[in-house]
Design a protein around this ligand. Sequence first.
Ligand SMILES: Cc1ncc(COP(=O)(O)O)c(C=O)c1O
Length: 393
Amino acid sequence: MFDFDRVINRRGTHASKWDNMAKLSGITSPDGIPMWVADMDFAAPPGVTEALTATVTRAVHGYYADTGTWAGALAEWMKRRHNLTIDPAWVSPTPGVVSGLGLILQAVTEPGDEVVVFPPAYHAFRRIIVSNDRQILDAELVQRQGRYVMDLDALASKLTPRTKIVFFCSPHNPGGTVWSAEEIRALATLCAERNLILVSDEIHCDLLLNGAKHTPTLSAAPEIADRLITCVAATKTFNLAGAHVGACFTSNPVFKQKLDARIAASGLASYNAFGMIATEAAWRTGEAWLDALLPYLAGNHDLLNTRIERAAPGARAMRLDATYLGWVDFSGTGLPAGDVAARVKERARIFASPGEQFGPGGDSWLRFNFATPRSILQEALDRLDDAFSDLRK
Ligand SMILES: Cc1ncc(COP(=O)(O)O)c(C=O)c1O
């Protein structure tokens, strides 16, 4: 019913993943394969295309009226998929999750305040913190039995009076970690003890592999609801990143009022109609599509992990519970990081995200987006075989 094998040519369509590749990576070869930014090469759910087609055909593109159905669709989705009850009145739409994070920083912190992140962590966290004149406080993740865990004792010892807020990524990007309720509760307890605001970026919460279950921070630790703001979106789940719509929700009326004041002050209280229509349609109609997508992604995950470890002896790919972002450590190959990068970029003509982008702990790693038709993934893996063939002699 949904054909994830279909190759859709995205070159020359303003697709950042494909059309910014040469500029950002220097890969100018016409057969370059982009495996960097987190969007998928699959068509969106048919219900999204139908909703957008109806809008386009009507051909009148005036201002969008928020009648409450959008937040209602989000609330129904969170209830259905994650058994989380949220009041639509808690929800503020933002032009994407990253802009939501920036608005949150402006709403509830001051310039110079410290923001905790758990590196290696999604690089835009670092950018939005620094560009809002706040400081990054790194709480480096540690690896245990092949997955990341938080070292909260180490974090507690680093906190200062300027530390105000925590950016928690759940599931985690990169590393695909689905945090347990206990892990989330331990973080929430620390936030309560040290009077920190907790921001839970759950944009990857629907992209679960092999039956993994996501626990929303609000479900794991309802007792800290007053210091919690959650960020979610339909854009990652349903491949609508270009729609640039996200949602922040909080049951704390003071946070909500401060956030809405920042949104209004930035002229962002009127929303992009195409984005709102597409994302509401996704929540309302996209479930069967998502249920078909997840096993396809799990298949790609297994293929990538197996073949990359075989291609480059010593490389180790993290077993992901979530996301479509393969996270591979090349330190065990014995090759310098620059050599690995050159082989991937120049010999394989693949643009992967460099691990150092993700902060401390990312240096010897590359992140490979595998949300692409299997034939493209196979071609990329064949090239990686060639790029590291001398290591297997
Ligand atoms: C953890 C995380 N948050 C936010 C985003 C981006 O959100 P948006 O495009 O809505 O700003 C991404 C994209 O990869 C992400 O991985």
